[in-house]
Design a protein around this ligand. Structure first.
Ligand SMILES: Nc1ncnc2c1ncn2[C@@H]1O[C@H](COP(=O)(O)OP(=O)(O)O)[C@@H](O)[C@H]1O
Ligand SMILES: [Mg+2]
Length: 266
């Protein structure tokens, strides 16, 4: 694991780049002027105390903030090929295929397990006959196939919390995203289910670019290649420190980051 965190490899290209991003809810500035790049195939952990804008930042990256009345996002969000995610006329459906998201509370559709794959895949233009194979592939990937293959017609919400979260991950993976955003994906789960989901997220490294908001600094230490520390300062959530996980977690230069990561504050 240390070889991951202490990696001295030359930095990979940014799959996703955010420049001067500000997120407002009416007069409230939830996130101010954040510039951050997400290296390709790497796991970037966003950490910091609650209320410092981590979720607002993350949700703006695939335009979920569009759905909140009064929410305004300014600044740049670009994929490596130049696709301008923040553009008002960006194809939001297409970019949500490229950038998936998994939330804190598992949110399967309250329908059958099978429908949880048919709905998004049909929406994204998949042919009905291709769906069963894809569903099996991603359910195997999250270790759920053996548990659910004989009950695909049963309700997804009857699964345990951990199984539901793995289903949500499989549903996100089914669209072959380039980036997956996780907003505290383990914090509603028991320790064993949490460990399983964490291992799955870690296994995505290299194949996918991952951004994960986590309250759990030990988790960040275990899986993150890069760490970004958010803080509420001067009336807004801000990025106060970011860089390779080994350096940021061991020797942050910002005093607030230092006390937070040292467990003294936050
Ligand atoms: N939908 C919303 N409407 C209004 N204010 C919000 C909304 N969501 C978050 N906020 C506010 O934005 C700030 C940042 O919240 P959030 O992004 O959830 O932080 P974090 O994820 O770090 O806990 C907080 O002050 C919060 O109350
Ligand atoms: Mg949050």
């Amino acid at each position: 694991m240390n070889s991951v965190n202490d990696s001295t490899e030359t930095e990979s290209i940014a799959r996703l780049s955010v420049t001067s991003l500000t997120v407002r809810y009416g007069d409230l500035v939830a996130v101010r002027d954040v510039t951050l790049a997400f290296p390709d195939g790497r796991i970037t952990a966003l950490v910091g105390p609650s209320g410092c804008g981590k979720s607002s930042f993350l949700h703006s990256l695939n335009r979920l903030t569009d759905l909140i009345p009064g929410c305004r996002v300014t600044g740049g969000i670009r994929l490596f090929d130049g696709t301008d995610i923040a553009h008002p006329r960006a194809d939001v459906l297409a970019l949500r295929r490229r950038i998936g998201i998994v939330f804190q509370r598992p949110n399967p559709f309250p329908q059958s397990i099978r429908r949880n794959f048919e709905i998004p895949l049909r929406e994204h233009g998949w042919h009905r006959r291709d769906i069963p194979d894809k569903m099996e592939t991603v359910l195997r990937q999250v270790g759920l196939w053996k548990e659910v293959s004989d009950r695909l017609h049963k309700s997804a919400v009857a699964l345990s919390g951990g199984q539901q979260q793995r289903l949500c991950l499989a549903r996100a993976l089914a669209l072959d995203p380039e980036v997956i955003l996780f907003d505290e994906p383990c914090s509603a789960l028991d320790p064993i289910a949490s460990g399983v989901v964490e291992d799955l997220i870690h296994s995505l490294r290299d194949r996918l670019t991952v951004a994960i908001v986590t309250h759990n600094l030990a988790q960040a230490r275990r899986i993150a290649d890069h760490v970004a520390v958010f803080w509420h300062r001067d009336g807004a959530g801000q990025l106060i420190e970011s860089g390779p996980a080994g350096r940021v977690l061991a020797a942050p230069s910002d005093p607030d980051a230092m006390s937070y990561l040292g467990g003294m504050r936050g």
